[in-house]
Design a protein around this ligand. Structure first.
Ligand code: PMP
Length: 427
């Protein structure tokens, strides 16, 4: 018999959510601010789900969506093309480096992972090589579909079901706070090298340029350059998941831009549409795509979604690219991110609860001594009017890329104050 629940959680993710999340109702948002049902405004230090990169209620995005709604909402991508998706695909291809010219438009980051893996595995079949082993980080998060979930070795996301192909998980050789040293870079590369050298030839290595859900782990500078070389030596495809890092989040357009490398496959979502509509993309090189178009029919992969390349979502994404250029959001992410990181790093000295502060651009992790400390700081920050998110002792700060200098100063002040409040309460 149907019974209503007091938490009315039917639409919520099927994962443990915080006590705050059960009582908080966000009802309105504007710029870098969100308002709850009680009328209280917060500085949004998490950009929704890290996707509201252009801020909330951006008039140009609302206008672009409305205009496209009136003109054409969507049409079957199997029988026709339309301008917004075509424009978006070619603009993404222009923005991405090298040969990453083939764009599959999708709806979520998980779908982008799914497409990336299926394309990578099918590629090897297409060229007649028997490769299906995938190497990834244990602390990875690439989504929640069956294949995507297999890639995560994190205890809170790992799948109980056997993967349909061999997956090798690489553990971090040091604690997240020690991952920026040269020794860590060497140790990490050695682990990937060993995984590539032993066992059957790998089909692909798939990593995030910065481990997002795995604890906002900033990987050592130059790591991706060395990983690219390793993949080339062993003939494995390099797949980079830019769902979290892409579109300016780390202070460069893409996370891999810090190393100046070109992957073989890239997954994109979140910031692609500024969070205004569901949208994702998987970009692959022309070399890979060519293997799928042998006559008489496209070989191996039937791929397409009803709403893939949705016209309104694509129109919004095109305007996101315009806004990013006009408002210099990548540059702002780098500049405000550096100031924010500098301000918050003082907590390592001043707060007995904070053990590490790390970040890149506008994604910053404040690591605490315990899960309780993280909860207490996040709670005090919310009281002071700053919305953060914390997981396993790490507070994540990733505000919209439109963050102003005043917002940055407010964030540093209020999070520092929240750390003081939490420490005083523990004394
Ligand atoms: N990859 C990464 C790096 C992510 O952070 C996420 C979402 N947090 C995903 C993939 C999955 O995206 P989605 O939730 O849109 O399926």
């Amino acid at each position: 018999m149907h019974s209503s629940t007091s938490t009315s959680s039917l639409w919520r993710p099927w994962t443990p959510i915080t006590q705050q999340a059960n009582s908080l109702r966000i009802v309105e948002a504007q710029g870098t601010r969100v308002r709850d049902a009680e009328g209280k405004w917060y500085l949004d230090a998490i950009s929704g789900v890290l996707n509201m990169s252009c801020g909330h209620g951006h008039p140009r995005l609302i206008e672009a969506a409305n205009r496209q709604f009136e003109q054409l909402v969507h049409y079957d991508p199997m029988v026709s093309s339309h301008n917004p998706a075509e424009t978006l695909a070619s603009r993404l291809a222009e923005t991405l480096p090298g040969e990453l010219n083939e764009i599959v438009l999708l709806n979520s980051g998980s779908e982008a992972t799914e497409a990336a893996l299926r394309i990578a595995l099918q590629y090897w079949r297409n060229i007649g090589e028997d490769r299906n082993r995938v190497i990834t980080f244990e602390a990875a998060y690439h989504g929640t579909t069956y294949l995507a979930q297999q890639l995560s070795g994190l205890p809170f996301t790992a799948s109980e079901w056997a993967p349909p192909f061999p997956i090798e998980h690489i553990s971090l050789p040091a604690a997240p706070c020690e991952m920026r040293t040269e020794e860590s870079a060497d140790a990490l590369i050695e682990l990937f090298a060993k995984a590539l050298e032993t066992g059957p030839p790998a089909a692909a290595v798939m990593v995030e340029p910065l481990l997002g859900l795995g604890g906002c782990v900033v990987l050592p500078a130059g790591f991706l350059t060395r990983l690219r070389k390793l993949c080339d030596q062993h003939g494995a495809l390099l797949i980079l998941d830019e769902v979290f890092c892409g579109f300016g989040r780390t202070g460069r357009m893409f996370g891999f831009d810090h190393d100046g490398i070109t992957p073989d496959i890239v997954t994109l979502s979140k910031g692609i549409s500024g969070g205004y509509l569901p949208l994702a993309a998987t970009a692959v090189t022309s070399t890979i795509k060519q293997t799928f178009v042998r006559e008489p029919i496209a070989q191996g992969l039937r791929y397409g979604h009803t709403t893939g390349g949705h016209a309104v979502a694509s129109a919004v994404a095109n305007t996101v690219l315009d806004i990013m250029a006009d408002e210099k959001l990548v540059e702002n992410s780098a500049a405000q991110g550096a100031t924010l990181l500098d301000g918050l790093q003082k907590l390592v000295e001043s707060s007995p609860l904070v053990t590490d502060v790390r970040g890149l651009g506008l994604v910053i992790a404040v690591e605490t001594d315990t899960e309780e400390s993280a909860g207490a700081i996040a709670e005090a920050a919310a009281q002071a009017g700053v919305m953060t998110r914390h997981e396993r002792g790490v507070i994540r700060i990733a505000p919209p890329l439109t963050l102003t200098a005043d917002d940055t100063a407010e964030l540093v002040g209020k999070i520092t104050g929240a750390a003081d409040t939490a420490a005083a309460a523990q004394r």
